[in-house]
Design a protein. Structure first.
Length: 343
């Protein structure tokens, strides 16, 4: 039997469970909803509004940190999270946000420790086990990743997430069953943006941006407001030599709300390079919120390629390779098809 709570009841439960003053609870819940939707920039402003009246509220600080982490403003997020460790608001969500920031800033071992802490704080939550499996796969620890996957499969809704992680680990670790794993995922989770992005990345890793672009175009028809899907479609179009079509995506109505995202900055800078707007691309990339992110490093490598700067290419390639362990992925795949002589 399902139980339907009315809004005042939900609000009261939220206040009791989180020790939240009633006058800021609606704004706090709005921020959490924005986080769930991936609207990180507006969520950051919402949580700042909460903290303007309740500067010591742990849940407000946690929400702000999660929003900043989503925007790849990791140094700010980590500073907030460090202060939260002694507060009641510290929990699995905080530990996972910390792990995400550490991974983005080039510390996968620290990220593993944070995700492990998240699973200890909330052993029945699938997200912690999912991220622990991912980072261990990233580190090449197949045995440890499989252990996390076993735990993930036992969580609520873990069966579908387990398929997704198995597919990603197969891709990262070079297993031969990668195709079967991914098709199992896409058939089970059809229509989910995360799966579409993952599968599109797989096609691009296999040097097939045509299939990637077609898949993402279909997904955008289902979820028009998903920035991440739109940005990756722009990248697929760019690799097909269609830089003008890729740039048009960034100018569509509503897209301006996602243009500060690190992925948008990295991909758009590559689009501008292909359009001959080299100086603008360089200036845009200088504003990237996380210069150490793999996509930012990839874009800097792409600029160095245009500049003919072999030393910078080698340095950036080494940095990028230390963060990206998908065996089929190469920086050379960033070059558009027409540039490398393909149809």
């Amino acid at each position: 039997m399902s139980v339907r709570f009315r809004w005042p009841v939900l609000l009261a439960l939220f206040c009791i469970a989180g020790d939240v003053p009633p006058r800021v609870a609606p704004t706090l819940m709005l921020g959490n909803t924005q986080l769930a939707r991936g609207e990180y920039r507006v969520a950051v402003q919402t949580f700042r509004n909460v903290l303007a009246s309740q500067p010591r509220l742990g849940r407000g600080q946690l929400g702000l940190a999660q929003g900043l982490a989503g925007m790849s403003r990791c140094d700010e997020a980590l500073e907030l999270l460090q202060r939260l460790r002694t507060k009641r608001a510290w929990g699995a969500d905080a530990a996972r946000a910390e792990g995400l920031c550490l991974l983005k800033t080039g510390d996968p071992l620290g990220a593993e420790a944070s995700f492990l802490e998240a699973t200890e704080l909330a052993p029945l939550q699938a997200k912690g086990w999912m991220q622990l499996a991912q980072v261990r796969g990233f580190l090449g620890d197949a045995e440890g990743a499989d252990e996390a996957v076993v735990q993930l499969a036992g969580c609520a809704q873990g069966d579908l997430l387990w398929l997704l992680i198995e597919a990603e680990l197969a891709l990262r670790l070079g297993r031969r069953d990668v195709d079967g794993s991914i098709y199992a995922v896409t058939s089970s989770l059809a229509g989910m943006p995360l799966v579409a992005i993952f599968d599109a990345q797989r096609w691009m890793d296999l040097d097939d941006p045509i299939s990637a672009e077609q898949l993402l175009a279909i997904q955008l028809g289902r979820t028009l407001n998903n920035f991440q899907v739109a940005f990756w479609r722009a990248e697929a179009l760019r690799r097909l030599g269609r830089a003008e079509d890729a740039e048009a995506i960034f100018g569509r109505p509503g897209m301006q709300f996602g243009l500060d995202d690190g992925l948008a900055v990295a991909i758009r800078s590559r689009v501008w390079v292909d359009l001959g707007r080299i100086d603008e691309a360089r200036a845009l990339l200088d504003r990237h919120p996380d210069p150490r992110h793999p996509e930012a490093l990839a874009s800097r490598w792409y600029l160095a390629l245009q500049d003919g700067d072999a030393a910078s290419q080698a340095r950036l390639s080494t940095q990028w390779s230390s963060l990206v362990h998908a065996k089929q992925r190469s920086l050379r795949q960033l070059r558009p098809w027409l540039v490398v002589g393909r149809p």
